[in-house]
Structure formats: structure tokens, C-alpha cells
Design a binder for this molecule. Structure first.
Ligand SMILES: Nc1ncnc2c1ncn2[C@@H]1O[C@H](COP(=O)(O)OP(=O)(O)OP(=O)(O)O)[C@@H](O)[C@H]1O
Ligand SMILES: [Mg+2]
Length: 365
């Protein structure tokens, strides 16, 4: 999909009102503290029901207000809305006027991904972000994944409760057996997705990191020793698990690893290269979602000038054209986005100042 219009009310410092986007390429220019990231955050929030900057949702509402409302109209006139009221603690999701209780209904229809200057620190900082990244793609690409993943988590909880409460062997064995079955199912989905993803990734690293792409190796670590049955691994670890009170191996511990010259990629790449690599990962995922689900993702790139030189931004422009999805890119000045202007010269450029968004340029052909 492409966002045609965003309407915001009481969200961060963004002036209440509506913004009409270009279906493909949008640039948001503004000084520090003007509201660029807040605008991307508003778009992201409609797709995910959460922010990419904070877990504290009350940070998002204008300081003295009790509720915020966001809505998106896409180019096919579908409407997606979300509102949060802090006095009643109520979240309302609406799709084409119909009320829904589930945030996942929004996520099913909208695939929004974001790249920020902090993304790669988070991504390379620990497995949590990498797991979130893979599962976002899986959520869109394998429709059975969500159900299997929530069933797995239910079983994991039961098994952890058994370990914590020193359940007898019979009860624990019962849950261990079910746990292993569910872990295998989820892990199989992840492995299949990862194989598709690894193939797709090459197309993007080739453009964004042409000097090293052929040496980058990607690995899927499923969450327990390779070439071993999970039940055997659990048997070996059971005494430790009983002491710790939780399950230490299983698909909840999966990770993905990127290797260059037999070393972790983050230790080998410069900051700019790390950012390009993360862009390659994000674009690969976006393309896969489009190919499999026929849902065109929306890409948000915050502060594009950070870490990327002219040459890198030119490579980025090439990959944005290859991706052929709606992109919304922020920068502190116009110079930073010059190399990103599409070759057909069709785009829209906005200026933000104190949360007020105005159209600077609108080029259609
Ligand atoms: N809940 C809120 N209500 C009102 N204003 C807020 C709220 N949260 C943050 N702000 C303000 O919104 C402004 C815009 O912040 P934002 O992070 O969007 O700026 P930015 O344009 O991305 O800046 P930078 O270039 O430094 O990243 C800041 O001045 C911030 O203090
Ligand atoms: Mg910002």
C-alpha cells in the first residue's frame, strides 16, 4: 500500500491536521527538534500500534492532553485509524469505520518498516532486535506463523511455570514433549523464511555493498545445538533448568548471525557500511513481503544524512528505485536528499518547523 493521507491529533509536537503524501517518494526536511521523527513515528504507530522510539505510550500524547488520534488513508481509499485515551486507558482501532479490538488487524494490512540512526546499534546490540526483525517478516509472509508462535509461547509459559514450581517429573516431561513439538514447528517456519530471506538479501547487498557482498555469510541459529534433537538438549540441561526456573533452549532463543572474514559483521564494517547493510536487510525483507503477500511495504528512513556520504546515498537511491515502494525520508537539509531524488523526478518535499508541516516542492514528472 501507499499512504495518501495522514491525519494526526495531539500526537507529539505535530500540528493537528492532515498531510497528503506522494505515492512513491517523500522527503521531510527540518531542523533538529522540528518534528521529523515524530511524523515518522505517527505513521509507524498506525502500522504497529507502538512507537519505534519509546515503550511508554504516554510520551506520545501532547503534554497537557488526554488522548491522541491518528489515521491513514491509503491510495485505494482504505482507512486505518487508532486512538488512545489515557483517562480511560482505552485503545480503539478502526479499519474502514469498523471497530476492531486487535492491533494485529492493522499490522496485517500495513507493512511499515523504519530505519533510524539508532537502528543498527539496536540490531547489532543483541538478539532481541534481530528476532523482532525476522518475526515481522514472518508475520507477513507465513500466515500460520502468528498462531503457531502464540501457541508456542503458551506452552513455554506452562513449562517455565513447572520448572519454577518444582513440578514432578511426570508433569514436566508432559510439557517438555509438547514444548519440543511446538518449538520444531515454529523453527521450521523460521528456517524456511530465513532461506528465502538470505537469497533475497544478496540482491540488495550487491547494490549497497558491492565490494564485499560476495563474502558476507548469513547463519540461522535455531536456539539449540545444531544437529541435536531439542529433547536431547533439554535432557542434558534439565538440572540447570530446574535451578534457573526457566527453559534455556528452544526456538525462543533463535538468532541470525552475519559473518564477514569469519568474524561478526559488526566488527568488520564501518558505521556507514553497517547502515547500508541494515538498509539491505530491511529492503530484502520488504521485497519478500511484497513478493509473497502482494502487500507493498512502506519504508521510513529517519535522518538519512547521518553516516551516509554522497556515494552511499547514490547507492541508496538506486536501491530505492529497485524497491519501488513508497518511501518517506527525513533529513536536516535539502542537500542531504539531493542524491536521492528519483530519476523520473517525481517526488514531494515537505518542510517541518515547530511541528507545522508545509509542502516545499511537488514534482510530478
Ligand atoms: N509528547 C510531546 N508533546 C509535545 N511535544 C513533544 C512531545 N514529545 C516530544 N516533543 C517535542 O517534539 C519536538 C520534535 O521532536 P522530534 O524528535 O520529532 O524532532 P526531529 O525533527 O526528529 O529532530 P532531530 O533532527 O534532532 O532528530 C521536540 O522539540 C520535542 O521536545
Ligand atoms: Mg529525529
Amino acid at each position: 500500500m501507499s499512504v495518501a493521507k495522514l491525519v494526526t491529533s495531539n500526537f507529539r509536537n505535530i500540528n493537528n491536521g492532515s498531510i497528503s503524501f506522494h505515492p512513491e517518494c517523500n522527503f521531510i526536511i527540518g531542523e533538529n527538534g522540528s518534528g521529523k521523527s515524530s511524523l515518522l513515528e505517527a505513521l509507524f504507530f498506525v502500522g504497529h500500534g507502538k512507537s519505534f522510539r519509546t515503550n511508554k505510550i504516554d510520551n506520545l500524547v501532547v503534554h497537557d492532553q488526554e488522548n491522541f488520534v491518528l489515521s491513514i488513508k491509503d491510495i485505494e481509499n482504505c482507512l486505518f485509524g487508532i486512538s488512545k485515551d489515557f483517562s480511560s486507558n482505552q485503545t480503539i482501532v478502526k479499519i474502514n469505520g469498523e471497530r476492531s479490538t486487535r492491533l494485529s488487524e492493522l499490522a496485517k494490512n500495513i507493512a511499515i518498516q523504519v530505519i533510524t540512526p539508532e537502528s543498527f546499534r539496536l540490531f547489532f546490540g543483541g538478539p532481541k532486535e534481530r528476532r523482532r526483525f525476522v518475526d515481522l517478516g514472518l508475520f507477513h509472509v507465513e500466515h500460520r506463523f502468528s498462531k503457531s508462535w502464540s501457541e508456542f509461547n503458551r506452552v513455554l509459559k506452562q513449562r517455565n511455570a513447572c520448572l519454577k514450581n518444582h513440578a514432578d517429573d511426570k508433569t514436566l516431561n508432559y510439557w517438555t514433549e509438547i514444548f519440543c513439538q511446538h518449538s520444531d514447528i515454529v523453527s521450521e517456519y523460521r528456517k524456511k523464511y530465513f532461506d528465502l530471506f538470505s537469497l533475497e538479501l544478496v540482491q540488495w547487498t550487491k547494490v549497497l555493498l558491492p565490494e564485499i557482498y560476495s563474502q558476507i555469510k548469513v547463519q540461522y541459529l535455531r536456539g539449540w545445538r545444531q544437529e541435536s534433537n531439542l529433547s536431547d538438549v533439554i535432557k542434558t540441561n534439565i538440572d540447570r533448568e530446574r535451578v534457573l526456573g526457566y527453559t534455556i533452549s528452544g526456538t525462543h532463543k533463535f538468532d541470525i548471525r552475519f559473518v564477514l572474514n569469519r568474524r561478526p559483521i559488526e566488527s568488520q564494517l564501518s558505521r556507514g557500511q553497517q547502515k547500508l547493510f541494515l538498509i539491505a536487510l530491511t529492503f530484502a525483507q520488504a521485497k519478500l513481503i511484497e513478493k509473497v503477500k502482494r502487500l507493498k511495504p512502506i519504508l521510513l528512513i529517519d535522518d538519512v544524512g547521518a553516516e551516509l556520504d554522497f556515494n552511499s546515498r547514490t547507492k541508496l537511491q538506486k536501491s530505492i528505485e529497485m524497491l519501488n515502494c513508497q518511501v518517506i525520508i527525513t533529513a536536516i537539509d535539502e542537500v542531504a536528499v539531493q542524491p536521492l531524488v528519483p530519476s523520473n523526478n517525481e517526488y514531494k518535499m515537505f518542510h517541518v518547523k515547530h511541528g507545522v508541516i508545509s509542502v516545499m516542492k511537488e514534482k510530478v514528472g
